[in-house]
Design a protein around this ligand. Structure first.
Ligand code: ZN
Length: 239
């Protein structure tokens, strides 16, 4: 939200943009809500790849974490720790046999995001869908844009990953933390978080100015055998 303009459901699109290294982009919407698509970030990845990405001849500014920053609300916790890379560890726990406990740590590279995180869909419980329907809400929600969890299993035709739920939470937190405005160099650790905690934490990170510094790094050029870092001057020349 800025001034009088508010846009909802930005997190999957922002996660796709930040993970593919897009710093400059124009997003046009004809509604105050980003389309949910299939509930994942995969359609946005597809569109970005179709459009193509243009490297810019300037170094990118990263937020490098210097000391731990943390926030907790009841049994929900989120923290950032110093690390040489952007890593996310997420754990979830629900009172449901299908997702009693799931945990995953991932070092975020463009490829890791595309393959392991972007396809993970949002999820909801059938009970909640029924409650919303009774109130006339979520009428556009369907098995096409979310995993719906019933008492004994998912109502969809299977899952994209065994632990698709925690992968989607990683997708969400990447998108919510994109509100900071800089890619992060640090280890983000969250337990039982949600959008409210993620976005409150993003604001706290910006306030704790002594806990991080902005560093300029060249965009890592892609090569056949993976990612290599070039000194800034060489990266600019290569572009
Ligand atoms: Zn989500």
């Amino acid at each position: 939200m800025r001034d009088a303009v508010q846009v909802d459901t930005v997190e999957h699109l922002l996660a796709a943009l930040v993970s593919l290294g897009i710093d400059n982009v124009i997003v046009e919407l004809n509604s105050p809500e980003v389309p949910i698509m299939d509930g994942s970030a995969a359609p946005f990845i597809y569109l970005i790849q179709e459009a193509g990405v243009k490297p810019l001849a300037s170094a990118r500014r990263y937020l490098k974490v210097l000391r731990p920053i943390s926030m907790s609300r009841g049994d929900k916790r989120i923290a950032l720790y110093p690390s040489d890379h952007f890593k996310v560890t997420y754990s979830i726990a629900f009172d449901h046999p299908l997702l009693r406990h799931q945990s995953r740590t991932i070092r975020l590279t463009e490829d890791a995001f595309i393959e392991d995180i972007a396809p993970a869909r949002t999820f909801t419980f059938l009970k909640e869908v029924e409650m919303l329907r009774q109130q006339g809400l979520a009428l556009g929600g369907s098995l096409e844009n979310a995993i719906v969890i019933g008492d004994t299993g998912v109502l969809n035709n299977g899952l994209r990953f065994d632990d698709e739920f925690v992968r989607h939470k990683i997708l969400d937190v990447i998108g919510d933390m994109a509100l900071i405005g800089h890619p992060i160099i640090g280890h983000l650790v969250a337990h039982r978080g949600g959008h409210a905690l993620h976005t409150a934490f993003a604001a706290q990170v910006l306030e704790e100015r002594d806990a991080w510094t902005l560093v300029e790094m060249p965009i890592e050029p892609r090569t056949a055998d993976g990612l290599v870092s070039l000194p800034i001057k060489d990266a600019i020349r290569a572009n």
